[in-house]
Design a protein around this ligand. Structure first.
Ligand code: SF4
Length: 629
């Protein structure tokens, strides 16, 4: 059978023949074509530094990820470098690659990943850790950094997982902590300089990279354990930074990517353009890692966002622009920005949407402005229902706030509303869970201005609290599987009512997430074993708790030791050598306040709590309209 896709690449005959013969037999072949509109398709051989950016999950998920599309443009705008893309192939394509002996390749160049200089893999979620090993295996790249010699790419990690990458740290030659736009250019320059030298020694390159602020080279750090299993100490080799401090941009208006995002050939999970309106969030929810590691708040200027939005529409033909951030209603000029964009773009039938709403009437006012073009669904995240737990997690939203928000949404014509709740929080009792049921029932009863909300459908989505590194609750215990099961059944019994659809995250998946989120280097053999056995944990059909239990047991590890144990303040945590900007002492004070039920205000609207993210306090906080220094 002749190749189905003809695209002229000097290195791709073998891969093109493979694609021609295999594509028709796999699901969604568009995932593997690499001929999307706005793809750069830069020549491989003429670039001084070649990079491939990998999302270790399916194409549809990876194509919705803003971070990789930012870095993809940043690199490809350089004359001396090129960036290709790769995603974890679906299982049928994985089987084809292995059967035919074809190594995983970059989508656009069709060059095997092992021939690039840099392979950048984003760690968005712990449940993709086994996928990372799978990507490396399919690419034929030695799995651990220690096994890699000359001529093998540098494998680089990034994303939120880089703030505790320890369970998979040894898969990476280096990881980038924090925002990648600047540091990635510094890394490319370092590799370019190294390639031009006569004696290329991999160790020398790694040491040079370790000197770049924000770069963590795991092989330069050794971890020592106590007989009880906790960490005794983490030692850095001479010259390696201790701690490694995260990178962050100060003036976001100087960084405006993506402007020409690649248009997917297969419908992605989020089929819209993202306009990133600010970074950081200082609401201070104590379970939220993103709210801590991306501090401080840095808003982009409104005028610049408007111009950027039009560029996105012109370059992609998209019919929806999402104003993305950690909490878009918090953008200080959100009414003006969203209203202005909605009225300008409405004429072109382009919808403006917010990824989620704050739980208040102000947010519904916003939603009302935006519905002019397209009535997208509304989502609120009250997280908990009891006042005590609201103080614990520092998310002070009253029942009345939620009710008036739902009422206003109902009045404006929305009939489908999604609510996010969380169970398993520290100090949570079964009565607290029953309060979720009571609150949902009250919404159904009074959601329409004090009267029954006829026709209202509530989708109640329940996640399990998983303590994350660099958060105030990083010392807390996570609940056991039986405790979470009881909570789920309370919800199931309490929410048996017409119009309410209850969903919860698979308990075992959350438990595994808990093992890995606060895990250490001893977990790597289990990750590799689970990957070899076919665990692709982000997909429930390929998640197997039994296989994971077997892999953990074979590695001599007890998952409950990682998950269900509260840590003392004095214990060295596996990520203590990595600094996310917020000081450990601040996090501990916040943990104690959580236990006492005290709240901490948002520093945007009150005084600075001296979390450590700004130096001096407030110096890096940027609100729209403020001039950069
Ligand atoms: S240092 Fe102060 S102003 Fe800066 S993010 Fe922390 S609390 Fe906010």
């Amino acid at each position: 059978m002749p190749p189905l896709i003809f695209w002229r690449y000097e290195l791709s005959e073998e891969t093109e023949l493979f694609l021609g013969e295999e594509l028709a037999g796999v699901t969604r072949p568009g995932r593997y074509l690499g001929i999307e509109v706005n793809a750069y398709r830069k020549p491989f051989r003429s670039a001084d530094v070649t990079c491939v950016l990998v999302y270790p999950d399916a194409y549809e998920i990876g194509m919705s990820h803003l971070g990789l599309s930012i870095l993809y443009e940043e690199i490809n705008e350089r004359d001396d470098a090129m960036a290709d893309r790769a995603y974890l192939p679906w299982v049928d394509m994985q089987e084809s690659l292995e059967r035919r002996g074809i190594r995983l390749f970059g989508l656009e160049s069709r060059v095997p990943l092992g021939e690039f200089d840099l392979v950048g893999i984003t760690l968005q979620h712990e449940l993709t850790y086994a996928n990372v090993a799978r990507v490396l295996g399919l690419a034929g790249i030695p799995l651990t950094a220690a096994e890699r010699g000359e001529g093998v790419p540098l494998v680089i990690g990034g994303g939120p997982g880089a703030f505790n990458p320890e369970p998979v740290a040894e898969l990476f030659d280096l990881l980038v902590l924090g925002e990648g736009e600047e540091v990635l250019h510094e890394l490319i320059d370092a590799v370019k300089g190294w390639k031009s030298t006569e004696r290329r020694e991999r160790g020398a390159l790694l040491r040079a990279c370790a000197a770049i602020p924000g770069v963590y080279v795991p092989s330069l750090y050794s971890v020592h354990y106590r007989p009880d299993g906790a960490i005794e100490s983490i030692e850095a080799e001479r010259g390696a930074p201790m701690p490694v401090r995260k990178r962050r941009l100060t003036d976001l208006d100087r960084w405006r990517h993506p402007r020409r995002p690649v248009i997917p050939l297969v419908e992605p999970v989020h089929d819209r353009c993202s306009l990133e309106i600010f970074r950081g969030c200082t609401r201070g929810c104590r379970f939220c890692q993103a709210g801590m590691i991306y501090r401080p708040v840095r808003e982009r200027a409104e005028e610049s966002l408007r111009a950027w939005a039009w560029e996105l529409v012109e370059n992609t033909g998209c019919d929806e622009i999402s104003l993305s951030s950690l909490n878009s209603a918090d953008y200080t000029r959100i009414l003006s920005l969203s209203g202005g964009l909605a009225s300008e773009m409405g004429e072109k039938h382009v919808a403006v949407s917010l990824p989620s709403l704050r739980t208040d009437t102000f947010s519904v006012e916003l939603a009302a402005r935006l519905r002019r073009v397209k009535r997208t669904g509304l989502t609120f995240a009250p997280e908990v229902a009891s006042p005590r737990l609201r103080a614990t997690v520092n998310k002070v939203v009253s029942d009345e706030d939620l009710l008036s928000a739902v009422s206003a949404a109902y009045r404006e014509g929305w009939r489908k509303i999604k609510l996010y709740f969380m169970v398993g929080l520290p100090g949570e009792s079964e009565e607290d869970v029953e309060e979720i049921c009571a609150l949902v029932r009250r919404i159904m009863r009074e959601g329409a201005h004090g009267g029954p909300a006829k026709g209202l459908r509530l989708s109640v989505s329940v996640s399990t609290f998983v303590p994350k590194s660099h958060t105030p609750l990083q010392w807390a215990r996570q609940m056991s599987l039986p405790e979470i099961t009881r909570r789920h059944f309370i919800l199931k019994d309490g929410l048996r009512m017409r119009g309410v659809n209850l969903r919860w995250h698979t308990r075992e998946m959350s438990y595994l997430e808990g093992v890995l989120s606060r895990g250490d280097r001893r977990l790597l053999p289990a990750v590799l074993a689970a990957s070899r056995q076919g665990c692709l944990d982000s997909w429930s059909e390929f998640f197997s708790w039994e296989r994971w239990l077997g892999a953990l047991e074979a590695a001599g590890l007890d998952p409950s030791w990682y998950v269900e144990r509260e840590r003392p303040r004095s214990e060295t945590l596996p990520w203590d050598h990595l600094h996310a900007g917020v000081d450990r002492d601040f996090l501990w004070e916040e943990y104690e306040k959580a236990v006492r039920g005290e709240t901490t205000p948002d520093c945007r609207f009150s005084e600075c709590s001296e979390c450590g993210a700004c130096s001096p306090p407030r110096a890096q906080l940027r609100l729209a309209g403020e001039a950069a220094p």
